[in-house]
Ligand binder design. Structure first.
Ligand code: S3P
Length: 164
């Protein structure tokens, strides 16, 4: 069964996912990386084709990834797709949370298209609009603001070991 990491941009899904995958000896899939490998840089996809198109290709990539026995880190907005929401209902889902203060330095220099204009203000607004979705899907939530990646991985493996 896959383990799925969700949460806003900069919450640490990729960093934690990589380390978690080696801890549980599973492959790691980052859906943003898969999109980039197949379609090119995400900011260019947004600029060329728009967000709606991005969500369609993202859904394809996510649907394939969720069939694999892996640790999967989803792009922050992937949970907006109703079919992805339905898929996640039966899977172990970890919501990585982070405060605005802790995320701000992590986002500096980012090329994420949704933050290109609004910066941290846009990040907060996006999080608030998605919060109910993250809440509904999460089986476990962990605040990454002040925890080391090692500690976060430990908490997830302890939970997953017990939940299995
Ligand atoms: C997005 C998050 C990004 C990426 C794209 C859109 C979002 O992934 O998929 O820029 O809508 O929150 P990360 O959450 O990995 O930054």
């Amino acid at each position: 069964m896959p383990i799925v990491l969700i949460g806003p941009m900069g919450a640490g899904k990729s960093r934690v996912g990589q380390r978690l995958a080696s801890a549980v000896d599973a492959p790691f899939i980052d859906t943003d990386v898969r999109i980039t490998e197949r379609y090119g840089p995400i900011d260019e996809i947004f600029a060329r084709e728009g967000e709606e198109y991005f969500r369609i290709i993202e859904r394809e990539i996510v649907a394939d990834a969720l069939r694999e026995e892996s640790v999967i880190s989803l792009g922050g907005g992937a949970v907006l797709h109703p079919e992805t929401q339905a898929d996640l209902e039966d899977l172990p889902v970890v919501w990585l949370q982070v405060s605005a203060e802790a995320v701000a330095p992590r986002l500096s220099g980012s090329t994420r298209p949704l933050l290109a204009e609004g910066g941290i203000g846009a990040w907060k607004a996006i999080l608030e609009s998605r919060r109910p979705v993250y809440e509904a899907l999460a089986d476990l939530r962990i605040d990454t603001s002040r925890r080391s990646v090692a500690r976060i991985v430990e908490e997830i493996t302890e939970w997953f070991g017990g939940a299995r």
